[in-house]
Design a protein around this ligand. Sequence first.
Ligand code: PLP
Length: 392
Amino acid sequence: MSASRSYLDWNATAPLLPAAREACCRALDTLGNPSSIHAEGRAARAIVEDARAAVAALVGGEAENVVFTSGATEAANALITQGLAGCCGRDLPRGLPVLVGATEHAAVLAAAGEAERLPVDANGLIRQDILEQRLKAIGPALVAIQLANNETGVVQDIASLARLVHAHGGAIVVDAVQGPGRIALDIAALGADALMLSAHKFGGPKGVGAIVFADSRTRLASAAILGGGQERGQRGGTENVPGIAGMGAAARAVKAEFDAHTLNQLRDGFENRLKALAPDVRIAGEGVARLPNTTLFAIPGITAEKALIAFDLAGVAVSSGSACSSGKVKASHVLEAMGAADGVKAGAIRLSLGRTTVAHEIDQALDVIERLVARRVARNSASDDTFAASAA
Ligand code: PLP
């Protein structure tokens, strides 16, 4: 990061790790096709298999259960539209009803189409009572629930959700994209049947990701991409060797250097100072388990649009908790599902920190907030303050 800019948007994408860049570059210069049996092919294959072992180790899984994809969006599409076979040692019926969390990423929501959305409470946690009711009514289902939300950082109790889904004969696939580099991951402890991962969220290159199955009997009910039978026949196409190499190197690095404590201290320090500057600030999911690096907040009377411009002009990269497309800011479906007040939806700003975040970057963000709050006080505009009681 240049000295003048602070990058506080790691949940959007994390900076490329030096080890990942080196691995990508080395792989770019590796000639062979991993499917070729000659020495050049075997060299490329070795790179892919080494990365597979590293990605498996990142989540406590087995290398043979990793399927590389073009990212988590492809992983979600494959898992949800194709479904699972051989899951939990038995064949699940095809065409199971699909249930997805209401606060899932667009990758999962879009793949699930018209499938039923599971409501969340005011903190963003899945309503387990409602999941149980639905499973009792419909029987085995394919359930997709994220480990942690990219906007709020709220962490779901996957182990307990998985027990519920399995007790009703179904399967659970988990978008674990925001986990690596933020919290430790263990696929067996989570009880998930499959995880979705994305390299660029933890220091790997963009455009590569993986599905990790919990056991070697589980696979996609049909191939994500038909082709030459690569990836145990589940995802055809010559492997993205440089991308996969970068993902493997990033997986190894974040597993080795993982430091949630520092992230947590920085984030909590930020939130404490934020509350001192604006005691009326609302922080989404504050009362429940969250990723140590994420904070989504709204200050009454300060809209996300205004704030984002102020942050960017001051050299601080953050996101709003709203989707921004073609220049229009749209309220976040996550905050909507949490029942947040209109003012919270209109004002939500996300800071997400990472391995190289330093106190100075937090100071820079707080300076911007201090100026925004001062302007708000000067304006003293009651009409701009659209806050009602917040559900966040
Ligand atoms: N799931 C979550 C929680 C995400 O944050 C993202 C990225 O924005 C995705 C899925 C999609 O990942 P990818 O960029 O690899 O398609």
